[in-house]
Ligand binder design. Structure first.
Ligand SMILES: O=C[C@H](O)[C@H](O)COP(=O)(O)O
Ligand SMILES: C=C(OP(=O)(O)O)C(=O)O
Length: 350
C-alpha cells in the first residue's frame, strides 16, 4: 500500500476540517406536531395505553406485556401491513397479552450503518432528517390510528420532542443505558421505559439508570418552539429492566433472572423484568426467539411474578437481508426477524 506523504495528509485533514460540520435547518417540534397533529381522541387513547402498561409493570394487571415488531421500519407500506395484522392478533389475545408494536425509527449501530427511517428515509447514505421526521411522524400516526400502542427506542435526546406524544413505551438501548443524557431524558418522559442491560451483559448499568431516571434532573435541551432551554424533570417512576443477553451469553434462564432481580432489589428499584428474546439472547438467530419466549412464559406461569413482559423481533418475511435493489417485501434490513406466520403461531400457542 502507498502511504500518503505527510504534506498530503495535512492537506487532506485541512480540507476535511473545512467541511467537518454542515447545518440544515429543521422544523421545530411544535411545527412538526402542528403539521401532523395527534388529535384529542388519539391522545386520550395513548394515555390509556400508557396506563395499561403501567398496570402490567406494577402488578395490577396480570397480563403479559409483549413489545413486538420489526427490528427497524424502512418501508411504510410493509409497516402498516404488519400493524394491521398485529392489531387483529392483539385483539384476539387481549385477555392474556398486552401487545405493543415496535415502531423503531432510530437504530444504534455498533460502528456505522443505516441509522433508521428518521435519519435517512431514502437510505442514500446522505441523510435527510427533514423528510425523515415528516415520514416518521406520519407513519406513527397511521399506525396509532390502527388502534395499536407503539414502542420505540429513544436514541436522539431530541426525537421525543417530535414524536414522543405518539409513543406508549420506550426503550433505552444496550449501547446508551449508561449515558447520563439518556437517563436525564427518561426522567422527563411521560411513559414507561425499559432500560436494556449493557452489551457486555451487565445489569448494573440498567439498575443505575433506573435509579438516576427516577430522580428529578436539570439539563440542557431545546424547547418545542426551538429555543435552547434548561429542562427540569420530575423523575420517571415507571422504568424497568430489559434482559437482552450480552457478548454471546444469554440471560433469560431462571437463574439469570433471579440474579438480576436480586440486583434490582439491592438497588431499591422496580423488580419488573422484560425479557428481550432477540439480540444476544437469540445470538441473532431469529428462530431461537420461539423457544426463549416459551421458556420465559413458562417461568412466569410457574410463579415468577417479576417477569412482566417479552420483546420479540418479528416482521412479515423471515430473517434479514442486506439493503440494496430488489429488496424482499417485509423483510428486515437490520437484525433478523421472525416471519409473520411464526409470530402468529407463537402468540396463539402461548
Ligand atoms: O437491533 C439492532 C442492532 O442489533 C443494533 O442496532 C446494532 O446493530 P449493528 O451491530 O448491526 O450495527
Ligand atoms: C438495538 C436494539 O437492542 P439492543 O439495544 O438490545 O441492542 C433493538 O432493540 O433494536
Amino acid at each position: 500500500m502507498n502511504m500518503p506523504l505527510k504534506s498530503e495528509t495535512l492537506n487532506a485533514n485541512a480540507s476535511h476540517a473545512c467541511q467537518q460540520r454542515q447545518e440544515a435547518t429543521l422544523p421545530t417540534a411544535a411545527e412538526l406536531r402542528q403539521q401532523f397533529p395527534a388529535g384529542e381522541v388519539l391522545t386520550r387513547a395513548i394515555a390509556g395505553y400508557r396506563d395499561q402498561i403501567r398496570g402490567v409493570l406494577h402488578g395490577q394487571d396480570p397480563r403479559i406485556l409483549i413489545v413486538m415488531g420489526p427490528c427497524s421500519l424502512h418501508d411504510e407500506h410493509a409497516a402498516l401491513e404488519y400493524g394491521t395484522r398485529l392489531k387483529a392478533l392483539a385483539d384476539d389475545v387481549s385477555d392474556q397479552f398486552l401487545i405493543v408494536m415496535r415502531a423503531y425509527l432510530e437504530k444504534p449501530r455498533t460502528t456505522v450503518g443505516w441509522k433508521g427511517l428518521l435519519y435517512d428515509p431514502e437510505r442514500t447514505g446522505q441523510g435527510d432528517l427533514k423528510q425523515g421526521l415528516e415520514r416518521s411522524r406520519k407513519l406513527l400516526l397511521e399506525l396509532s390510528e390502527l388502534g395499536l400502542p407503539l414502542a420505540t427506542e429513544a436514541l436522539s435526546p431530541f426525537m421525543m420532542d417530535y414524536l414522543g406524544d405518539l409513543v406508549s413505551w420506550t426503550a433505552i438501548g444496550a449501547r446508551t443505558t449508561e449515558s447520563q443524557i439518556h437517563r436525564e431524558m427518561v426522567s422527563g418522559l411521560p411513559m414507561p421505559t425499559g432500560f436494556k442491560n449493557g452489551t457486555d451483559g451487565g445489569v448494573a448499568v440498567a439498575t443505575h439508570a433506573m435509579q438516576s431516571a427516577s430522580y428529578p434532573h436539570h439539563h440542557l435541551g431545546i424547547s418545542h418552539a426551538g429555543a435552547p432551554v434548561m429542562i427540569t424533570t420530575a423523575g420517571n417512576p415507571d422504568t424497568h429492566l430489559v434482559l437482552r443477553g450480552g457478548r454471546g451469553v444469554t440471560n433469560y434462564d431462571a437463574v439469570s433472572i433471579a440474579k438480576a432481580v436480586k440486583e434490582l432489589q439491592k438497588a431499591g428499584v422496580s423488580t419488573a423484568v422484560m425479557v428481550d428474546c432477540s439480540h444476544d439472547n437469540a445470538c441473532k438467530q431469529a428462530e431461537r426467539q420461539l423457544a426463549i419466549a416459551r421458556e420465559v412464559v413458562a417461568q412466569k406461569r410457574a410463579g415468577n411474578t417479576h417477569i412482566k413482559g417479552l420483546m420479540l423481533e418479528s416482521f412479515l418475511a423471515p430473517g434479514r437481508q442486506d439493503d440494496g435493489d430488489n429488496l424482499i417485501y417485509g423483510c428486515s434490513i437490520t437484525d433478523p426477524c421472525l416471519a409473520w406466520d411464526q409470530t402468529e403461531a407463537l402468540i396463539r400457542s402461548l
